[in-house]
Ligand binder design. Structure first.
Ligand SMILES: NC(=O)c1ccc[n+]([C@@H]2O[C@H](COP(=O)([O-])OP(=O)(O)OC[C@H]3O[C@@H](n4cnc5c(N)ncnc54)[C@H](O)[C@@H]3O)[C@@H](O)[C@H]2O)c1
Length: 387
């Protein structure tokens, strides 16, 4: 494909990941506009909620930027992939689909939960950028989807954007250049819950729960450095909502409306063994008030300690190396991993970069999904008997 040619993009999901939110910096369509400029042509927006899709499209058509208005001017709204397949002309066939629908609509071969399969069947050759987690259903179905995707030879990337952080890449570079063998990873994710008001998020049967839905990014980073996990080695303990340390005083929604058995654990503490011998650990806590999260990710290797602090806003990387007693500090201002992950993906679609530059493949993302479920199940098992 010529580099300057238009790129037809199909957007699936008119929600926060694709159109932005006050809760975070994500907004894939804004990144697409910035990366592609006049090359962007959004051919369709698919959402089962027509009103939400209409509301998402309206500001694009009235945008100040002429390039943005032009990019969206031919966008049509559809309720399903099949409708788009019927309606789009040969010139409008998408080259990229950005799949930002909820995980219950994806990652499976069950009809209605099989967006990827619908897309590769309707638009062979279309590259898929799929959000995390890969699914909310059984892991074995994800593997069947992976097989079909592999057979289709579609370019696929998954939205584990933290892998693209400059700080994370600096850690990788030092590990590679010094031939280090990772000894352990330690992830700590303390969430500020006060303004998390969506009841669905607080219901693990709907969101997947705090590990499958939220700590998934840190489980993925853990695997990025530690490698594959021996899943049966995963052990976990949880503080349940019903236990005295799990009482939360700043909730701004009615948790009583959620069946007790579906409510979220307040703290999950897990450890596991990697197949290479290293040990991983994760602490996820729903504890803080206000809006600022407290997140840290550490990697240990012979002579080295890497500590990545606050990867979601201004990442800070502290490194202890052999021969030094103190910590070396790197602060990464203006690093936008959402931009880098999509820019990389588009470069691969354009043929400017090899597919290996996509740092999160579908198969790799399934392995992260499996780890998150192993932690959730281990936590649930451990809770039985204590309460
Ligand atoms: N990488 C990140 O940091 C990050 C941030 C936010 C969300 N996400 C992920 O993005 C995904 C979507 O999250 P969100 O916050 O945008 O959710 P959302 O609820 O705001 O929006 C999802 C949209 O998808 C629509 N939808 C539901 N089923 C559909 C289907 N079958 N086909 C088409 N559209 C359908 C809904 O009507 C809704 O408009 C989730 O997997 C979430 O974990 C990732």
């Amino acid at each position: 494909m010529a580099m300057a040619s238009m790129l037809n993009v199909l957007v699936i999901g008119a929600g926060e990941i694709n159109f932005g939110s006050v809760e975070g910096p994500w907004n894939h369509t804004l990144r697409l506009e910035r990366i592609l400029g006049p090359r962007l042509r959004v051919v369709g927006l698919i959402d089962v909620d027509e009103a939400r899709a209409t509301a998402a499209l309206a500001p694009k058509l009235e945008a100040e930027s002429q390039a943005t208005r032009a990019a969206w001017s031919a966008c049509r709204l559809f309720a399903a992939v099949a409708d788009a397949a019927l309606a789009l002309s040969p010139e409008q066939i998408p080259q990229i689909a950005v799949v930002g629908a909820p995980p219950f609509a994806r990652g499976s071969d069950v009809p209605g939960r099989d967006l990827e399969l619908q897309l590769v069947s309707a638009f062979p050759g279309c590259a898929l950028f799929v959000e995390k987690p890969v699914s909310s259903g059984p892991e074995d179905a994800c593997w069947r989807v992976a097989k079909v995707l592999e057979g289709s030879r579609a370019i696929v990337g998954v939205g584990y954007m933290l892998r693209y952080l400059k700080a994370v890449q600096m850690m990788k570079k030092i590990i590679t250049e010094n031939s280090l063998v990772v000894m352990g990873t330690n992830a700590r994710y303390v969430m500020a819950y006060e303004y998390a008001r969506k009841p669905a998020w607080w219901d693990k049967t709907r969101s997947g729960g705090p590990i499958v839905e939220q700590a998934t990014h840190f489980c993925d980073l853990s695997r990025y450095f530690g490698g594959d996990v021996v899943l049966p080695s995963v052990v976990a303990h949880v503080v349940q909502h019903s236990e005295s340390p799990g009482q939360l005083s700043a909730k701004r929604f009615d948790e009583d409306a959620i069946p007790e058995e579906n409510r979220l654990p307040r703290l999950t503490s897990a450890t596991w063994k990697y197949t290479g011998g290293a040990v991983g650990s994760l602490t996820h806590v729903i504890a803080l008030h206000g809006t600022t999260y407290d997140t840290e990710f550490e990697v240990y290797a012979d002579g080295y300690h890497f500590k990545l602090v606050d990867p979601y806003s201004t990442p800070k990387l502290y490194i202890r190396r052999p021969g030094t007693a103190g910590l070396e500090t790197h602060i990464f201002t203006d690093d936008d991993p959402f931009h880098t992950e999509l820019a990389t993906f588009i470069d691969v679609v354009d043929g400017r970069r090899p597919s290996g530059d996509i740092l999160s493949s579908y198969v790799d993302a399934i392995r992260t999904y499996e780890l998150t479920w192993a932690i959730r199940r281990a936590g649930e098992r451990s809770a039985v008997g204590y309460t």
